[in-house]
Design a protein around this ligand. Structure first.
Ligand SMILES: Cc1cc2nc3c(=O)[nH]c(=O)nc-3n(C[C@H](O)[C@H](O)[C@H](O)COP(=O)(O)OP(=O)(O)OC[C@H]3O[C@@H](n4cnc5c(N)ncnc54)[C@H](O)[C@@H]3O)c2cc1C
Length: 508
């Protein structure tokens, strides 16, 4: 049955990308997109704001509550940039810049920041060589038992097997804090870092051999022609990360403007979907919202958080635990994002670089190490990576320093007004950054408490997603006419969410 009316539930990035691509795939077919809040974009949230300090310095700055930078290899995002004509709004960070080259760790209990070395000489002279050198030797020499296609491991288990315990805790946990705000002991390596898994398979148990083999192979001629990229790829040459002059919400605002201009698309905001049922009189689904609105749709796309979908989809269709419920029960991370802006100073607030991550403390960490850690996942040095986002009255106006702290995730951290008070945040940053002078009082602190914002693809996630897909195809209720997309099923990154929207409805 081909679609006669499509309902898209959830107006975050995945729902918007689905609407955009479905409108192209099924021109003229009515599409209704339903979003609970008044604003489209979900966790993608950028805001421009005016700041000034006591000395009369002013600036207009962009604050991000959600995603802030993207890597250029996500072709689905580049395609969207091309199709929505956003090239002139791009800001790129070249590989050669300090913001791309300098990344740090704050190791709980060790004063200040430790730079992550990015070359062999730097590894040998780094205080981290004690962990990195044995890890590289072990991974190069060791051949671990061949992994089975159906197996899965946590990121921590995988890295411990290949690179050793210290590497897994120091680098693995920090990386996972930075991307998933999750515990690397819960996260599935196959779902979160498929290239690592593939390298171990390809290298017959050796990740290093797998990566070498991949590098020696001629580049697969897959990608580029599958996407409408035009010149956008060339803009990404030598780019480490990128964003937009007005921040990441540029993408979701542009999609919603594009949807607004199409007469067959209806966007409903400020109304939440409450129930979905199969109509008893025809083959349509009946969707009822909180306000009592009733929609009929032949096909439905859920871009909702999985826990929301599990509550509104009928669970009677299977005697065992529904695959929707199963997926909805895995962990999700709650993160407190704090934007902090310091007034212009005569000394640097932090070293030049992208920012720092904080690894998991050791199992036998002292109280001092735990206090030092303070529930921080990482801090991004925003004004170093993307200075062009912030506008000043003149080229020589003194510059403010903008950083973003991420707290919570797997750490015990209770978000209260106390926990994000300036003196507490300054104490933490002073310990972590070890600045040459006392840090000045910030001119702005904006804290966002993001409940359940990043789902953790826990060990076994891919298997559960397969079960879900089979269930949606085969169950009498859905018969392949509900597709589930979003960070909860198909990858949490911005390009992953856009990619899912790109494929939705391809079997209808
Ligand atoms: C703090 C943070 C930083 C991040 N940083 C990066 C980054 O730097 N790079 C990167 O690639 N990715 C990053 N991500 C990940 C990425 O931003 C998200 O995974 C992605 O935005 C999720 O989009 P989504 O549409 O799947 O989900 P959501 O944004 O959660 O959208 C779901 C939508 O459904 C709506 N909804 C809920 N219930 C109902 C209902 N009953 N009826 C109707 N609507 C409903 C919600 O209001 C929401 O708008 C970050 C995420 C966070 C939280």
């Amino acid at each position: 049955m081909s679609p006669t009316h499509i309902a898209i539930l959830g107006g975050g990035l995945s729902g918007l990308s689905s609407a955009f691509h479905l409108a192209r795939r099924f021109p003229g077919v009515p599409i209704s997109l339903l979003e609970k809040t008044q604003r489209l974009g979900g966790w993608v949230h950028s805001e421009r704001t005016q700041i000034c300090d006591g000395a009369g310095n002013t600036a207009s700055i962009v604050l991000e509550a959600g995603p802030r930078t993207l890597r250029p290899h996500g072709k689905s995002t580049l395609e969207l940039i091309n199709l929505l004509k956003l090239e002139h709004l791009l800001l790129t960070v070249p590989h050669t810049s300090l913001a791309a080259r300098n990344r740090f760790l704050h190791i709980p209990g060790i004063h200040g920041l430790t730079m992550i070395p990015s070359s062999l000489p730097a590894i040998l002279s780094s205080p981290l060589s004690r962990i990195l050198v044995p890890a590289v030797i072990s991974a190069s020499l060791r051949t671990t038992p061949q992994l089975q296609a159906h197996e899965d491991l946590s990121v921590d288990q995988f890295l411990t097997i290949h690179f050793g315990v210290d590497f897994a805790r120091t680098f693995g946990s920090a990386l996972v804090h930075g991307i998933y705000a999750a515990d690397s002991r819960q996260l599935s390596v196959r779902a979160a870092f498929p290239s690592l898994w593939d390298a171990a398979i390809d290298g017959k148990g050796s990740v290093v051999r797998g990566f070498i083999r991949k590098a020696l192979r001629t580049k697969d001629a897959v990608d580029d022609e599958l996407y409408q990229l035009d010149d956008v790829s060339s803009l990404m040459r030598n780019v480490s990360v990128y964003s937009f002059k007005e921040g990441m919400e540029t993408i979701t605002r542009a999609i919603s403007r594009n949807l607004d201009s199409r007469s067959h698309i209806e966007i409903i905001t400020g109304d939440a979907i409450r129930t979905i049922e199969r109509s008893s009189t025809d083959a349509m689904f009946k969707l009822v919202t909180d306000s009592g609105r009733c929609l009929k749709a032949s096909h439905v796309v859920s871009a909702l958080p999985m826990s929301t979908l599990a509550k509104l989809a009928p669970s009677t269709s299977t005697p065992t635990l529904s695959p929707i419920t199963k997926i909805s029960r895995r962990p999700v991370s709650t993160v407190t994002v704090v934007n902090i802006v310091f007034p212009p100073t005569t000394f640097p607030i932090h070293p030049p670089g992208f920012g720092y991550l904080v690894p998991r403390p050791r199992d036998d960490a002292s109280k001092e190490e735990i206090d030092d850690h303070a529930g921080v996942l990482g801090v991004v040095f925003d004004s170093c990576a993307l200075p062009e986002q912030d506008l000043y009255p003149s080229p020589d106006s003194p510059r403010f320093t903008k950083v973003t702290m991420m707290l919570g995730g797997p750490h015990v951290f209770s978000h209260t007004a106390e926990s994000v008070k300036p003196d507490r945040l300054l104490r933490i940053l002073t310990r972590h950054l070890a600045p040459s002078h006392p840090l000045p009082d910030p001119v702005l602190i904006r804290a966002h408490h993001l409940t359940g914002c990043i789902p953790t693809p826990a060990v076994g996630h891919l298997q559960r997603v397969q079960e879900l897909k089979a269930f949606l195809q085969e169950s009498e209720m859905w018969q392949g006419r509900l597709e589930v997309v979003g960070a909860g099923v198909g990858g949490v990154s911005v390009p992953d969410c856009i990619e899912q929207g790109r494929h939705v409805g391809s079997s209808w």
